[in-house]
Write a protein that binds this ligand. Structure first.
Ligand code: URA
Length: 254
């Protein structure tokens, strides 16, 4: 099976158009009767090994779930809050578990808390977080309708990249979050999130533009740019919009 899924361009409604404007994206849609000039999703710069794509109904085989039900979340939250598995617990203000709906169809995964997140205990609350909120709004979603988590639950000092051993220490927390949530789609934002989740070292440019699959349930994973990168490189926002269109074409977010 080809690892590529073409996104259908979404003609934005008035509310979406406002969200796209806020995100700083100009969307070109074909005039009536006119074919789109270019594929909606730019081809990855180079072919990388294709990973099975899950595009249809949700997998019947659920992710193995040791602790499902309401208590599973409560226990997991408590464990994360008290975690001392790696050195980052010494410098954190608090662990950042994640936020959003425990019934969400989309799980958004970022890298690690930054200074604002460490202070407030919530992921993506700084400037990058505001842009993420606009990105979600552009596909008709509020933050409350998705679940947002990170690869690392604690802030690395000076916002450095997570160390492999830190990601490893934190891995089972994210796996348990996924098992509890059973999302229909995972949106990995940024290289660190994508590479850690998919356990690859492929550059992000080659991970974008197609669906990957995660875990035994083959949950579709779409990779997009990190909003902090988009703040530095606003010219890439149109590509991020393509990624969101791809994700939405695979699994309707609500
Ligand atoms: N960047 C991330 O990847 N995660 C956050 O929670 C905040 C900024």
């Amino acid at each position: 099976m080809s690892g590529r899924t073409e996104a259908r361009k979404i003609r934005p409604g008035p509310r979406q158009q406002r969200a796209l404007d806020a995100m700083g994206v100009q969307v070109w849609v074909p005039r009536a009767g006119q074919a789109a000039a270019a594929p909606a999703v730019p081809a990855p710069e180079a072919a990388s090994p294709s990973i099975p794509v899950q595009t249809g109904e949700p997998p019947s085989a659920a992710v193995p779930c040791a602790a499902s039900g309401p208590t599973g979340w409560t226990e997991l939250r408590a464990e994360v809050a008290a975690c001392t598995r790696c050195e980052l617990h010494r410098t954190r203000t608090q662990a950042v578990f994640g936020t959003g709906s425990e019934q969400a169809r989309w799980l958004v995964i970022g890298e690690a808390p930054g200074a604002d997140e460490d202070r407030q205990g919530e992921p993506f609350v700084g400037r990058a977080g505001q842009l993420l909120t606009e990105m979600l709004r552009a596909v008709g979603l509020s933050r409350e309708q998705v679940f947002i988590a990170n690869i690392l639950k604690c802030r690395p000092p000076e916002n450095r990249d997570p160390k492999p051993e830190e990601a490893k220490s934190c891995e089972s927390y994210l796996q348990r979050q996924i098992a509890l949530l059973q999302p229909r789609l995972i949106l990995a934002v940024g290289r660190i999130a994508a590479q850690n989740l998919l356990q690859v070292e492929t550059p992000i440019g080659q991970l974008r533009g197609r669906a990957h699959a995660w875990g035994p349930a083959q949950i579709p994973v779409v990779v997009t740019y990190h909003p902090a990168y988009l703040l530095r490189s606003p010219g890439q926002k149109a590509r991020a919009w393509d990624d969101l269109c791809l994700a939405r074409s695979i699994v309707a977010p609500v």
